[in-house]
Design a protein around this ligand. Sequence first.
Ligand code: HSE
Length: 286
Amino acid sequence: MQIKVPATSANVGPGFDSVGVAVSKYLTITVEGPSEEWYIEHDLDYVPHDKHNLLLKTALKIKSDLKPHRLKMVSDIPLARGLGSSSSVIVAGIELANQLGDLNLSKEQKLQLATEIEGHPDNVAPAIFGNLVVASYVDKKATAIVADFPDAAFLAFIPDYELRTSDSRGVLPTQLSYKKAVAASSIANVAVAALLTGDLTKAGQAIESDKFHEQFRQKLVPEFSTIKAIGHDHGAYATYLSGAGPTVMVIAPHEKVEVINKAVNALNFKGECVSLTVDKKGISVS
Ligand code: HSE
């Protein structure tokens, strides 16, 4: 059995802690068979192979008496870069428990469990449902609406440094005035409505007008403003900070991506530029 989970790009500008999109990088877990002890084969440094691995911690939290198996974990989702690497592992862990424990969990139940464990529905929901997801997690209840992301190309600049979500949340204000919160939420509403109606030009303007988090986090990602300016010069719809960063995501018409890619590469920032597509499927088991 194989469990495949896409990467996620959360926030999408003003959809802070609420909006996310699944993108074409993947974590794959292969269940090789029953074993005396749990063991996960992988080639990541400093990541446990046993029950201390997040995958197994999650699976065993969902069902503590699962029979041990030997597993293989392969992922091209970079760690601590704002592309949902740990979300993918948590979502895979829930699915592992679902499959090995015959739990028959619905997608909504998986969302609730994953959000309780990870904390942010915008990170985990697109990994479960695929596509564009608008979600909330209030009073311990997760709710999500899934929709088609309008046709566009995604270009991710993935810096070669890590940024922990806790550090990136540490620079956010603890309070926002009522007036600012109303303004920030109206911008988020327009971004979502524009995405749902396929108006990428208006969506792009709203995405770039975020008032919840990007202005505070910019100092942690020095490449962000330069890449955003390149997007403006070359016809991108929007540039935003993917999740808690440091990945910078550009959404652009397909025909503009190559020139944006070249312009970003010419900056010689340390990191890589990767073309991504929207994953429409979410988690799959085969
Ligand atoms: N919405 C979350 C944040 C996603 O931006 O902090 C990362 O966990």
